[in-house]
Design a protein around this ligand. Sequence first.
Ligand SMILES: C[S@@+](CC[C@H](N)C(=O)[O-])C[C@H]1O[C@@H](n2cnc3c(N)ncnc32)[C@H](O)[C@@H]1O
Length: 269
Amino acid sequence: MACLPGTSESMPSFAGGDGWRDYHKRVRPLPPDIPLRVAEQIADHEARVLLLGVTRDLAELGDDLTAVDFCREQIDHVWIGDRPGRRAILADWREMDLLAGHFTAAIGDGSFSTLAWPEDYRRALERIAASLAPGGLLVVRCFLAPDEPEDLHRLLDDVRAGRATNFFGARWRIGMALAASGNVAVAAIYDEFERAFPDRDRLASTTGWSRETIDLIDAYRDSELVYSFLTRQELLATLTDTFTRARLVSSGDYPRSERYPLLVAERRA
Ligand SMILES: C[S@@+](CC[C@H](N)C(=O)[O-])C[C@H]1O[C@@H](n2cnc3c(N)ncnc32)[C@H](O)[C@@H]1O
């Protein structure tokens, strides 16, 4: 780690990721297409990879990989462990001060949806761009809001009638429908879910979702996190100061994958 200042040992034990402390308990494996598609995208940029977060399924990509996450618990429980060519650093993407121009690619899964838009995007993108070599590649799976916001009441009716196939997709559609200016408090998603579906056993029988799955919504209760869901246009417009040739490519073939593409862009020279 000689080239990168601020190893986990030299940083405070908590760097700002308080809202993420319990997240490791509900981390699920990614659909296998996703790491394969990310690997395809960075095939010519594999030398030194920056991972935004500690996502296990992406941690073996690249010849050499540095993960950056600001939550000590996430590093302790989710990170694959430091070894030659793999390391995790405790730092905030919005403030990280990594070696300028060091990385050949920056990758992540849903990383930007954890940032408030637009200010945190601007700060994180500026820091990511600074750490990438000119022409370095950004490849991050994003969760796109629809171009026209979904009507919340119609969406909740769809769920009640068993027309929403998947709990996780429905949970995020509710988040996207509630989002104002791109951002939504995670606790507000919980509140809306509770209001709309007070009888969870009934919801389980009409949707076919298990009670165990439905109860995962409890992780959102009293959360202090804010998620952001941008439309395609908002996302691409946010990159223009720091990146070029931005495009959205498929992240694979799994439920609702058309809404969850890989954002691919090159650092401006
Ligand atoms: C990358 S996202 C999504 C992870 C992925 N979908 C998964 O479940 O593995 C979540 C991770 O980002 C980290 N994170 C969120 N905001 C951050 C920031 N500003 N700086 C550094 N890490 C951050 C959280 O601590 C958490 O570990």
